[in-house]
Design a protein around this ligand. Structure first.
Ligand code: ATP
Ligand code: MN
Length: 465
């Protein structure tokens, strides 16, 4: 008999039919006449209740049905008398696939802390919360592809192993096949890479942007969606050493086009979650963050504030003059700390903010220089609770200006001739951004630690599983 997934079982037309379900036991309770099992198969947050009439089953048969055990039940789907569910199954046949010894199975009924569950990352997808988070993660990935596909962007694959180290977005992990116990060095003590796999030093990518620019200046509009790696030793609730990044890049786009794209894209993703992840969001709203759904609805209905950095500094200085205390100093040219970003977003505007036109000194070399000679056309999208969710910019398309900046910053570009060729041959204005997938998921799920929105987090001192 064909298995019915629990997500499909509540269809009214199935009532009265014989059904076959398979899944993991969440709970069992009852008395000597009747036993109730809540079964979940991961297809939905919802459990199906299975009713065992103890005239048809023996205690011995039901003994292995403990939390975590995997079973197969065939029975009749009937309307439920109990509240909170529309249907239940009157068990006729039971098959036990695997038991889960209550003395050693770590996920017992009562709620566990997220810290505890991080140590059990191999099993936590079986909990309600992580089941919900990882289903939402799937739906958000679909939303992203759907958005770009609908808008005529091509999905472009940029390399994960790279030999260019100039992006400067973060510390890189090296990729090597060299024998680390026996490294060949030159007279200055520098490692010689000639005999390494790629014949030069190679690393895991920190961003696909530079290759994305090559694609945008050929295909027009592209996006990447892949893993990125940063060996930054920042043990925060918002940083991972391995995370997924979405990086669209658009030829012929200016600063306004860029901000429009950022805002439209992020709203599309959030609307998608509200439309496609209703049950999971309702669960998270009840159990994790009571303000979640309201916050998501509010964001799609608000126009984001577009705020030049210089004006942002003025607002912060005025706040300080009026008595607001910050840990870090505020002055024109400073890199805003997250306390400053959160003040603007959560207290001053109470809306997402797209901050633009940052001082060149605190931004990457490739950002388009403004006529004032001081600022560049970078944009950070700042979100309540999260802080920076997107970093983007218009790219400097003028070869001479770009080279001047590269020389000023002493950036090693000898392996980057291919990037500079975009500015030598048929250069065009273009812009793009990077969105951290897990930062988006933090916002959409209401989870507060980035380790809890990726199945197997990689952070300093942690690569278990
Ligand atoms: P932050 O200032 O928060 O460290 P960043 O300025 O280094 O971020 P970018 O280089 O602009 O980040 O990367 C683009 C986006 O990638 C960020 O807006 C953020 O959403 C995400 N991101 C960056 N670093 C990480 C990380 N270590 N873990 C998860 N997401 C990240
Ligand atoms: Mn950034």
């Amino acid at each position: 008999m064909k298995r019915t997934k629990i997500v499909d079982i509540f269809a009214p037309e199935l009532i009265g039919n014989q059904v076959s379900v398979k899944g993991w036991v969440r709970t069992r309770r009852g008395n000597k006449n009747v036993q109730f099992v809540a079964l979940n198969d991961g297809s939905t947050i919802k459990n199906i209740q299975i009713v065992f009439d103890m005239e048809k089953f023996s205690d011995e048969q039901l003994k292995p049905i403990t939390t975590g055990a995997s079973i197969h039940v065939i029975g009749q789907l009937v309307e439920s008398m109990g509240k909170g569910q529309s249907a239940e199954i009157q068990a006729e046949q039971l098959e036990v696939y695997g038991t889960a010894d209550p003395d050693s199975y770590p996920l017992q009924k009562k709620g566990h802390t997220f810290e505890f569950l991080r140590e059990k990352a191999h099993l936590r997808p079986r909990t309600n919360t992580f089941g919900a988070v990882f289903r939402i993660r799937h739906h958000m990935a679909i939303a992203i592809h759907q958005f770009f596909h609908e808008h005529g962007f091509f999905y472009f694959h940029t390399p994960i192993i790279t030999a260019s180290d100039c992006e400067g977005a973060g510390q890189m992990f090296q990729v090597t096949t060299k024998n680390l116990y026996d490294l060949k060095k030159d007279e200055n003590g520098s490692i010689i890479y000639d005999d390494d796999f790629f014949g030069k030093q190679a690393s895991l990518t920190v961003s696909g942007q530079l290759e994305g620019e090559l694609a945008a200046t050929a295909l027009g509009s592209i996006y990447t969606f892949g893993p990125t790696f940063r060996a930054e030793n920042s043990n925060t609730p918002r940083h991972l050493a391995e995370f997924w990044m979405i990086e669209p890049e658009v030829a012929f786009a200016d600063l306004n086009d860029l901000m429009d794209l950022e805002e439209e894209f992020i709203k599309y993703c959030i609307r998608w979650a509200l439309d496609n992840c209703k049950d999971d969001l309702e669960f998270l709203n009840n159990m994790v963050d009571k303000g979640l759904i309201e916050r998501l609805e509010k964001v799609i209905d608000t126009e984001f504030v577009r705020l030049p950095y210089t004006q942002g500094i003025k607002i912060l200085e005025e706040a300080i003059a009026a008595g607001k205390k910050f840990e870090f100093p505020v002055y024109w040219g400073c890199d805003l700390a997250s306390e400053h970003e959160r003040y603007l977003v959560e207290e001053h505007f109470n809306k997402p903010v797209i901050m633009t036109d940052y001082p060149a000194e605190i931004k990457a070399f490739y950002m388009k220089q403004n006529a004032d000679g001081k600022t560049v056309q970078g944009t950070d999208v700042l979100f309540p609770q999260i802080g920076e969710i997107i970093g983007g910019s218009v790219r400097e398309e003028n070869y001479d200006k770009l080279m001047k900046r590269i020389e000023e910053l002493n950036i090693p570009m000898k392996d980057m001739w291919w990037y500079l060729d975009t500015r030598r041959f048929g250069t065009v204005p273009h812009a793009g951004f990077g969105l951290g997938f897990e930062r988006l998921l933090l916002f959409v799920t209401g989870m507060t630690n980035i380790r809890d929105v990726i199945p197997f987090p990689r952070t300093p001192n942690n690569a278990e599983f």
